[in-house]
Write a protein that binds this ligand. Structure first.
Ligand code: NDP
Length: 292
């Protein structure tokens, strides 16, 4: 008898749905006189960042947004980047500002992010938005963890009362996902590089999220039968292929649901960037309504 194989959490298809919804709302908003505007800032020539920025730029255009992409040389000074961000903050035609990270060595990303107007912080990384997440208040949520939640929601996968294990505790993915899952009343464990017996910790997860950046760290036998597995990792192997943080084939034999890499969480990140930008634009267009 062949082993059961998990159903695929198809990020590409789900992202297409979200993007179509965003586009429809963006066109309606534009017809009312407010085209959503996104500024993307890329500093230096990191090849992966160039690909990410190209994809975001293209997706935002397709959503009907007005897009301004600034490509700056790696030698750009801290003061120049901060001045650029200040200009973008002041531009009323822009509702979202994304500074592609990491920044080249020598630049202080934390200080640059701190310059972004929290109302335009569509990556959800400013202290104001992080505090809002921790306090359970409205705010812009980081795109990758928000995309994971959206993917679960759209497949009817419940979080309430369930055991969620997040491997990775970054500010970008691990910690915010844990907080979002907690907001949904999951019982959350955050594992990291000092976790003892990672296999046993992963083994109790009804929903397992891997956000580490180590190819195939999470092994098939660690997955609880029937679990939903979200693989955030993007790792390029020496042969050029992309793999996640989960050993896909053996994990898929035990999981109930699993995201592929590529085509899982990655496309959802872009969809949530568009959703966040649209939300900022809608708020800017109707500030009084948004407050109520
Ligand atoms: P970080 O490097 O910031 O964080 C990695 C985390 O993994 C850390 O908390 C670290 O623990 C933990 N870790 C490292 N080694 C181990 C180990 N052996 N066992 C358990 N935990 C370990 O990475 P990010 O969160 O920024 O990104 C994670 C991955 O997700 C990367 O592959 C990245 O490319 C990908 N990514 C994908 C996105 C998408 O859209 N799909 C978006 C963002 C990221 P400690 O804190 O103890 O060091």
């Amino acid at each position: 008898m062949s082993a059961a194989v998990a159903r695929v959490l198809d990020g590409k298809a789900t992202s297409a749905l979200v993007r179509a919804e965003v586009r429809e709302r963006a066109l309606r908003l534009a017809a009312a006189g407010c085209t959503p505007g996104l500024a993307v800032v890329l500093v230096g020539d990191d090849p992966a960042s160039q690909v990410y920025v190209r994809n975001k730029d293209k997706a935002a255009h397709e959503a009907g947004f007005h897009v301004r992409t600034a490509r700056l040389p790696a030698a750009t000074s801290q003061a120049e980047i901060e001045a650029l961000v200040a200009g973008l903050n002041a531009d009323p035609s822009l509702h979202g500002i994304l500074v592609q990270l990491p920044l080249p060595a020598g630049l202080d990303a934390e200080r640059v992010v701190a310059c972004i107007d929290p109302a335009k912080d569509v990556d959800g990384l400013t202290a104001t938005n992080v505090a809002a997440l921790v306090m359970g208040r409205p705010g812009l949520r980081p795109c990758t963890p928000a995309g994971c939640i959206e993917l679960l929601d759209r497949h009817g996968i419940e979080l309430e009362g369930r055991e969620v294990v997040v491997v990775g505790r970054s500010l970008l993915v691990g910690k915010p996902f844990a907080l979002l899952a907690l907001e949904r009343h999951a019982t959350v464990t955050i594992a990291h590089s000092r976790t003892r017996d990672l296999a046993a910790v992963c083994g109790r997860a009804d929903v397992l999220v891997a956000a580490v950046g180590r190819p195939r760290l999470v092994q098939g036998p660690w997955v609880k039968p029937g679990a939903a597995v979200l693989d955030v990792g993007i790792n390029r192997l020496p042969d050029g292929s992309l793999v996640g943080d989960v050993d896909y084939a053996p994990a898929a034999e035990r999981a109930g649901w699993i995201t592929p890499v590529p085509g899982g969480v990655g496309p959802m990140t872009i969809a949530m960037l568009l959703a966040n930008t649209l939300r900022s634009a809608e708020r800017a267009a109707a500030p009084a309504a948004a407050r109520s």
